[in-house]
Design a protein around this ligand. Structure first.
Ligand code: FEO
Length: 181
C-alpha cells in the first residue's frame, strides 16, 4: 500500500501526463496546419510518450494496491504565435512537470517509501533529457530567426523522430495485455 498523500500525488501526476499528451497533440495539429509536418511528427511522438507515461503510472498505482482516480483533463492551448512560441510553451510545461515529479520524490523520501521513490526517480531523470531536447530545439529556432529555408531544414530533422515504447516489458504498453472480459 501507499499513503493517501502519495496516492493523490500520483493520481495528479497521471492527470498531468494525460494533459501533456493532449497539449502536444494540439501543438501537433497547429504545426501540421502550418505546413511543418516534421515538427508535427515530433510533437505527435511526444504526445504518445506522454500517454505511455500516464498508463505506466496508472499501472503502478494499481500495483501498489491503491486506486487510480480520473479527474477532468483541461482543454489544451490551441493557438500559438508560431513554432517558436510552441516550443517556448513546451519547455515551460516540462519545467512544471519536473517540479511536480520532484515534489512526489520528496514526499516518497519523507515517507521512506523507497519503492515509490525509485519509481518516480526514473521520471525525474527522464525530465533532464526532455528539458534538454526541448531547450535545444528552442535555441535552434531562435538562431533560425524566421529564415524559412533553415526552418524547413529543422522541420526535416524533427520529421525523423520515431516513437519508441519507453516501457517495452510492460504488457499494457506493448500490446500483449490480455483482452478484458
Ligand atoms: Fe511525461 Fe514530458 O513528461
Amino acid at each position: 500500500m501507499i499513503s493517501e498523500k502519495l496516492e493523490k500525488a500520483l493520481n495528479d501526476q497521471i492527470n498531468a501526463e494525460i494533459y501533456s499528451a493532449y497539449l502536444y497533440l494540439s501543438m501537433s495539429a497547429f504545426t501540421e496546419r502550418a505546413a511543418l509536418k516534421g515538427t508535427a511528427n515530433w510533437l505527435y511522438v511526444q504526445s504518445r510518450e506522454e500517454m505511455a507515461h500516464a498508463i505506466h503510472m496508472y499501472q503502478y498505482v494499481l500495483d501498489r494496491g491503491a486506486n487510480p482516480s480520473f479527474a477532468d483533463i483541461h482543454a489544451p492551448l490551441a493557438l500559438f504565435k508560431g513554432v517558436e512560441d510552441v516550443f517556448e510553451k513546451v519547455l515551460e510545461h516540462e519545467q512544471k512537470v519536473t517540479a511536480g515529479l520532484n515534489s512526489i520524490a520528496t514526499l516518497a523520501m519523507q515517507e521512506s517509501d523507497h519503492a515509490c521513490y525509485q519509481f518516480i526517480m526514473w521520471y525525474v531523470n527522464e525530465q533532464v533529457e526532455e528539458e534538454s531536447n526541448d531547450g535545444d530545439i528552442l535555441s535552434k529556432l531562435k538562431m533560425i530567426d524566421g529564415d524559412k529555408g533553415l526552418l524547413l531544414n529543422l522541420d526535416s530533422v524533427l520529421g525523423t523522430r520515431i516513437y519508441v515504447n519507453p516501457f517495452p516489458t510492460d504488457s499494457k504498453l506493448n500490446g500483449t495485455a490480455p483482452a478484458l472480459g
